[in-house]
Design a protein around this ligand. Structure first.
Ligand code: NOJ
Length: 604
């Protein structure tokens, strides 16, 4: 399975069950005007309580960000060393994928101790220093919290598998097989499959039962019907909150529960009624009994209540809970916020918008309208990329205008209402670089699924800091090769180029933080019949309105935002940001956009 198919499969499974332009950059650059509008307080000075509502969150894959000890693996001290860079970019929070001790089968998502740091990444003292140094720069550190499963090397599981009457037996999901005999384990309890291929049940010869794992065999699922599991995680969360973390990103949250009756899942069929076969040669299942089951919401509310207890004078600043919420529709997403009486996530990820994986204006518009109108006034968290999916170039690029397209995507990300999450390297346009040979693959799914599924190495390559040895990532041998594209695509080169993607990101983030309509304003779609250009208005009471137009095509386009349906009163525009080489329109009547061109202007 190609990586893009992997995403589609995860999503299809769910579905079946279910600037300022201020930085006066050099003339001819992409940012042209200084913001003279009512200046917003920088994020760092926004209220501690609401910091997350307009936050810019940066995902770091620590293994690949910056190595400081020459072992070829990124580390916490490396992140600390790069905090000034993140501050310059305008980041409010960094989300670190798991850094706890782990056998690293799933590169940290198989945790063997939730209260320590993997020696590959550093020590607890390094972590405390990172939190402190980040804090000095108004950057919060968000931890990944994996509650669906542990490593099979976690003490709880070692106990659990040691005997059927061990007190930890019921912390995991153990079941008898079908038709077991003295000499054979029989068949697994039902047809459930792991997302990472093959049966989700693993026979354990010592105690002669199967255990359930939604992900790798080495990632046994915890039993969330057991109250002790709930208490254990509340204690773990408190442990990290006391250390000053800014919140958590909850991994695989929708798969905590499975159908207690163990009913088989349905097979997904194509339009001709034939079963769809996955990369591992098995029929694709509909996920109806193992995903988004009742019970998930109560757990999120419980964790939120735990986190909220830390919003006190002793621990100032709201702690934010982010959810990994691949869901079939916006109605399910809305539920992830909970209710005012029983709040759940502040920021469940809106994967509806970011993983359309096609530059389709109508689709973008409709999903952005959903994000604005169908989540009960809550704050959307948009994202277009992460460590599990091919990067933006591979999912949205056309090969000829990738840079321009990445500008369009970044514009939707930062110029829409809400919090924005992006993945390390997106700001410089890092390119998906999958391994070419099976023997080079590090991600186990790439080994089992080769060649259809090449795994996730391609989107996890080392950060490209400069055009020197190993792109400045390590003095040793990097754990994944540095892509050849690093010669041109790197932070150092892009910082010096006013037209670079890096400077586009910086400008957009500054606009998000400094222009009032961007920081607070609602999104109103304009020119809604247009299938080539996505235009929208940002407006907040008493503040100057801002229009954004992004050409989703390779042909030049002209938009008239005064015309009938577009509905805006005649007005002049002051450019806040535009694509390199773009025109400054005299009025709303004629905004000229080059191929994949973007224009952002304030209505005067
Ligand atoms: C989602 C994480 O993002 C992914 O990297 C991991 O493999 C699975 N959850 C299992 O923890």
């Amino acid at each position: 399975m190609q990586s893009a198919d992997r995403m589609a499969r995860w999503m299809a499974s769910c579905a079946a069950a279910l600037v300022l332009a201020v930085a006066s950059l050099a003339a001819g650059g992409q940012s042209v005007a200084a913001n003279n509008g009512a200046a917003e307080k920088p994020a760092s000075q926004q209220s501690e309580r609401d910091w997350w509502k307009n936050a810019v969150i940066y995902e770091i894959y620590p293994r690949s960000f910056q190595d400081t000890n020459g072992d070829g693996i990124g580390d916490l001290n490396g992140i600390t060393q790069r905090l000034d860079y993140l501050q310059e970019l305008g980041v409010d929070a960094i989300w670190l994928t798991p850094i706890y001790p782990s056998p690293q089968v799933d590169f940290g998502y198989d945790i063997s101790d939730y209260r320590a740091i993997d020696p590959q990444y550093g020590t607890l003292a390094d972590f405390d220093r990172l939190v402190e140094e980040a804090g000095k720069r108004h950057i919060r550190v968000i931890m990944d919290m994996v509650m669906n499963h542990t490593s099979d090397q976690h003490r709880w599981f070692l106990e659990s598998r040691s005997s059927r009457d061990n007190p930890y037996r019921d912390w995991y999901v153990w079941r008898d097989g079908k038709g077991e005999t003295a000499t054979s384990p029989g068949e697994p309890p039902n047809n459930w499959q792991s997302y990472f291929g093959y049966s989700a049940w693993q026979w354990d010869p010592k105690t002669r039962q199967y255990y359930y794992h939604k992900f790798y065999i080495q990632q046994p699922d915890l039993n969330w019907y057991n109250p002790k599991v709930h208490q254990a995680f509340k204690d773990i969360i408190a442990f990290w909150l006391k250390r000053g973390v800014g919140g958590f990103r909850f991994d695989a949250i929708t798969t905590l529960y499975e159908d207690p009756k163990l009913r088989d899942e349905g097979v997904v069929k194509d339009k001709n009624g034939n079963p769809i076969i996955n990369a591992y040669g098995d029929p694709q299942l509909d996920d109806s009994r193992t995903n988004n089951q009742p019970g998930v919401h109560a757990v999120i509310a419980e964790m939120r209540a735990t986190a909220d207890r830390f919003n006190s004078a002793r621990f100032p600043g709201t702690r934010v809970l982010i959810g990994e919420t691949y869901l079939p529709n916006v109605a399910e997403l809305a539920k992830m916020y909970g209710t005012p009486q029983k709040p759940e996530f502040q920021l469940p990820m809106d994967t509806q918008v970011g993983f359309i994986n096609k530059l389709d204006v109508t689709e973008f518009r409709s999903r952005l309208i959903d994000a604005e109108t169908k989540i009960d006034g809550n704050t959307p968290l948009l994202l277009f990329d992460n460590h599990d999916n091919p990067r933006i170039d591979a999912r949205y690029g056309d090969g000829a205008h990738n840079r321009e397209i990445e500008r369009v995507i970044a514009t939707v990300l930062f110029a829409s209402r809400g919090a924005a999450l992006f993945y390390y390297g997106d700001e410089i346009g890092m390119v998906t670089t999958p391994p070419r040979r099976k023997q080079d693959v590090k991600d186990p799914i790439g080994i089992t699924g080769w060649p259809k599924e090449k795994g996730r190495d391609g989107e996890r390559t080392p950060m490209q800091w400069n055009d020197g040895a190993n792109a400045g990532f390590t003095t040793g041998t990097p754990w994944l090769p540095v892509p050849p594209s690093a010669a041109a695509i790197n932070v150092e080169a892009e910082k010096n180029d006013p037209d670079s993607l890096f400077n586009w990101y910086r400008s957009l983030i500054q606009l998000k933080k400094t222009v009032s309509a961007f920081a607070h304003g609602a999104n109103v779609m304009l020119d809604t019949e247009n299938t080539a250009v996505l235009s929208w208005l940002r407006q907040a009471p008493g503040m100057p309105q801002v229009v954004v137009s992004a050409n989703f095509t390779a042909e030049p386009q002209i938009v008239n935002l005064e015309a009938g349906e577009a509905g805006l009163k005649p007005g002049h525009l002051k450019t806040l940001l535009k694509s390199p080489g773009g025109a400054d329109p005299a009025s709303l009547e004629q905004i000229d956009l080059g191929p994949f061109g973007v224009y952002i202007g304030e209505i005067e």
